[in-house]
Design a protein around this ligand. Structure first.
Ligand code: MSP
Length: 500
């Protein structure tokens, strides 16, 4: 079976999860579900990044030990992932021994290879981003990423010889044109690379809440190195089965951590003789009503509240329909309500209700293939070809758009055929109308499954399918089979899927 390995960033446990973290995790879940539908052996990894000053400070503010604090926050992440129907295969915490011991080993290997050497770092550091910064990168006295004040640090450190990987990275990017996704993200990193890479500090002496170096325990390993290595520690780096999944097929990240994932991470991998990941997809950032989300502004969106009021499918749908996946977007409750009403309630839910209602009323819930026109079914089958291509390109928003277009066309088809009139004069014609609409709806249900798994599972039952969704999906996506509807089950009216 073909393998597929995908990851999310490891989220910091300094605070509760919000809509931004959910966005990346849902994206990964959509792809994981999609690949499973196609029959891949998927390994979907997520987890938490638990070391460093940022976490230690948060714990202290709560009068807790760092690990105790992390344990508490981790439960919030796990609970939210469960509520959002996230089907991860593994959840790694950077405080687990399976991780820390490999991080220490890699650090020692790099020292032995002469790729890490001892020196001194004096310069700027941003604690919220856990990032070293050059003076010319600062905006005033603040971090260019998070806007918060930076610290001056002056301490002994172990440097990683990042500078010597410049040419290997250039070559890797050239040989792997699909590495950056969306492709336009490459430009910024190529510019950065062309300015020349500098060696980077890989250890701290003043940070105690981190993994100590084995040979020089006075130093702890820089949290970003610790965190990045999760992508290999979770799949048993050093063991025989490691290459079952490595190299990763996709790392999903937000745009602000692109440099870590496309320059530093591949360089570390090349340094330990491993191939870099095949692709890094960096999506944009969500603002809230035009403003950056922040605790001080009090505008952090808690996905739990949206789940309580609507459902997890509503957030999942909203985030990937409202803004083209990859670009920046703006969240507002008004936009969410608009999408809910127009797309989910009207276009989708209403189609389901009226169709099932007519089938029950006009045909006693029994409808078989009457033969005749197949125009709508053919259109739906064609849209599926476009959908497939878009899913494989990770163009999730366009892929969703394709399916909602099928639903719109199906609504228009019903309008134009007016089965409520034709039933009085031509039963066979009416049956053909409803049969085709049902086949189109079924096609859409299968395609929407990775996006809105709860609703589509419920709908699949309403459509009283004997064959399970994933078996039908393989026929639809891999063999291009037209979807027809089995005949032997009675369909019933249903309550609205998305009540207004
Ligand atoms: N711990 C590091 C990542 C280490 S990966 C080896 C980290 N953690 S984080 O908790 O700050 O999470 C950052 C990620 O959360 C972003 O890359 C992005 O995936 C997601 N988002 C956080 N806020 C976001 C928005 N406002 N909008 C969209 N996604 C954002 O960085």
């Amino acid at each position: 079976m073909k393998k597929f390995y995908l990851t999310t960033p490891l989220y910091y446990v300094n605070d509760l999860p919000h809509i931004g973290h959910s966005y990346t995790t849902i994206a990964a879940d959509i792809l994981a579900r999609w690949k499973r539908l196609l029959g891949f052996d998927v390994f979907f990894l997520t987890g938490t990044d638990e070391h460093g000053t940022k976490i230690a400070k948060s714990a202290q503010q709560h009068n807790m030990q760092p690990l105790e604090f992390a344990d508490m926050i981790v439960e919030h992440f796990k609970r939210l992932w469960q509520r959002l129907n996230i089907t991860y295969d593994d959840f790694i915490r950077t405080t687990e021994t399976r991780h820390t011991k490999i991080v220490q080993q890699v650090f020692e290997d790099l020292i032995k290879k002469g790729l890490i050497y001892k020196g001194k770092y004096s310069g700027w550091y941003c604690v919220p981003c856990e990032t070293y910064l050059q003076t010319e990168e600062l905006s005033g006295k603040n971090c260019p990423n998070c806007g918060r004040e930076v610290e001056l640090i002056d301490e002994d450190t172990y440097y990683f010889r990042l500078s010597i990987f410049q040419e290997s990275l250039k070559k890797y990017f050239k040989d792997n044109p699909d590495f950056f996704a969306p492709s336009w993200r490459a430009k910024e990193m190529l510019n950065f690379l062309n300015q020349g890479l500098k060696d980077i500090s890989f250890s701290r002496t003043k940070v105690r809440w981190a993994i100590p170096s084995i040979s020089d325990p006075h130093h702890t390993i820089y949290v970003w190195i610790d965190a990045l290595l999760n992508y290999i520690t979770a799949i048993n780096y050093g063991c025989e089965d490691f290459f079952n999944y490595w190299p990763a097929d996709v790392h999903f990240i937000g745009k602000e951590i692109l440099r870590f994932h496309t320059i530093i991470w591949p360089a570390i991998l090349i340094a330990i003789n491993l191939p870099p990941p095949k692709k890094v997809f960096a999506h944009g950032w969500w603002t809230v009503e035009g403003e950056k989300m922040s605790k001080s502004k009090g505008n952090i969106i808690d996905p739990n509240k949206i789940i309580d009021k609507y459902s997890s499918d509503v957030i999942r749908y909203f985030l990937f329909s409202e803004v083209t996946f990859g670009e920046d977007g703006d969240f507002s409750y008004q936009a969410l309500v608009n999408r809910y009403n127009s797309d989910l309630a009207d276009n989708f839910g209403n189609l389901v209700s009226r169709l099932l209602n007519m089938i029950e009323t006009f045909f006693n819930g029994e409808i078989d293939n009457p033969g005749g026109d197949e125009g709508l079914i053919k259109q739906a089958t064609n849209s599926i070809k476009n959908f497939y291509k878009k899913m494989e390109d990770l163009a999730f928003t366009d892929a969703l758009g394709e399916i909602f277009l099928i639903l719109k066309k199906t609504n228009q088809f019903i309008e134009s055929k007016a089965p409520w009139n034709t039933i009085k004069t031509d039963k066979e014609f009416t049956k053909n109308t409803l049969y085709q609409a049902l086949a189109a709806l079924k096609t859409a249900t299968i395609a929407l499954h990775p996006f809105i798994p709860d609703t589509t599972t419920k709908l699949w039952q309403l459509l009283a399918q004997q064959q399970d969704l994933s078996t039908q999906a393989k026929g639809l996506f891999l063999q291009g089979e037209k979807i027809f509807f089995s005949t032997d089950i009675k369909l019933k009216k249903c309550n609205p899927l998305f009540p207004k």
